[in-house]
Write a protein that binds this ligand. Structure first.
Ligand code: SAM
Length: 338
């Protein structure tokens, strides 16, 4: 979130506090003020890049953070450091004002509560959460392979009215929050949590829809996702990935290239943005990977499968030329004629 008015107010209040305490307001301090932040109820979370100048320590810390809190109209302040690359994405968040670490974030009429020092909140995924909430899945069984605190599980249950969601999650802190959020949003009776590695705990043969919401890639769980799909009626996979592109749009793709993809009938694929060449390459590669897994599974069951590329959703830009995409793949079983 960003607001120039608040930034100006923060500069004014803090420079006055420096003056009042007889301290020198150094030029570098202005650049050290936060440019963005996340607000969760009465708590504001700043990134590690702000308030890092040692000169802030010249002030009484409680007075300093209270002054910041008044500007942002919050009671608690937390600072985020770099997210741990530990697989469960543990944030290193420290409270610098206040003691209680649980926060409640409400978006799209859903209450997400979590411990801000133990779980992350993916606010950048709001468009995908809304897309999931608009799916009409009243009669569907869904498997959410990377449920977290319920980012997609909750919209699917609350707004999409999914019949049942099987939610896999291996971070015990996220599981605790998910349990609490299912209860708070009154949907606990339509969800079962599978605590552990989705490659081991994910249910098999049940899903009309499988969510693979992990970036940069959910590749390691493709196998379990294919096994989760209902083997009699098929299902849709929603596969998340960060994809790098140079910006070449599909208008520039040659006819020969398009023919290459025609196996999947890509001319029917939809996209919420102008389709880029590399996005299509990634989609085709992903469909090939899924196809190979299904073929391998086919050796054990009598099912053959067809795959259809339905849609590419561009969720957000992750960095220059890196986009968070979701590929919707339809998997349909058919029995061989003989
Ligand atoms: C960053 S969250 C993503 C949540 C949500 N889908 C989103 O995009 O906002 C990914 C979650 O998947 C969990 N996770 C990662 N690998 C997993 C695995 N193999 N089995 C179960 N959970 C896993 C992490 O603990 C984390 O809570």
């Amino acid at each position: 979130m960003r607001s120039t008015k608040v930034e100006q107010e923060l500069q004014r209040s803090l420079s006055q506090l420096f003056l009042k305490r007889g301290k020198v307001w150094e030029d570098g301090l202005l650049a050290d003020l936060p440019k963005k932040w996340e607000k969760h109820g009465d708590l504001i979370l700043f990134s590690h890049t702000s308030f890092s100048n040692p000169a802030w320590k010249n002030l009484d810390q409680n007075e300093f953070w209270t002054c910041v809190a008044e500007v942002f109209k919050v009671k608690r302040i937390a600072k985020q450091h770099v997210i741990c690359p530990d697989g469960v994405r543990t944030p290193t968040v420290v409270l610098v004002l206040g003691k209680e670490t649980w926060v409640t974030h409400i978006d799209n009429k859903i209450r997400y509560s979590f411990d801000v020092t133990k779980c992350m909140f993916s606010s950048g995924n709001i468009t995908e959460k809304i897309r999931m909430s608009k799916l009409k899945c009243k009669d569907e069984i869904v498997v959410d392979m990377f449920a977290g605190i319920g980012y997609f599980t909750l919209p699917l249950l609350v707004h999409g009215k999914a019949k049942f969601v099987h939610a896999c999650e291996w971070n015990p802190n996220a599981v605790q929050a998910l349990r609490c959020n299912l209860h708070d949003n009154k949907v606990a009776d339509r969800c079962q949590i599978y605590e552990g590695d989705n490659r081991e705990v994910c249910p098999k043969g049940v899903a009309d829809r499988v969510l693979l919401g992990l970036i940069p890639t959910a590749k390691d769980s493709y196998h379990a996702a294919c096994q989760a799909v209902n083997s009699e009626t098929g299902g849709i996979l929603h596969i998340h990935c960060n994809v790098t592109s140079s910006g070449i749009t599909c208008n520039d793709i040659s006819e020969a290239d398009f023919n290459l993809y025609n196996y999947y009938n890509v001319s029917n694929i939809s996209c919420n943005k102008q389709l880029r060449s590399e996005w299509l390459v990634w989609a085709k590669k992903t469909a090939d990977d899924i196809s190979a897994i299904l073929e391998e599974q086919q050796c054990r069951t009598s099912n053959k499968w067809t795959i259809q590329l339905l849609h590419i959703e561009r969720v957000k830009s992750y960095a220059p030329h890196i986009d968070h995409l979701v590929l919707d793949l339809q998997l349909n079983p058919f029995c061989s004629p003989e």
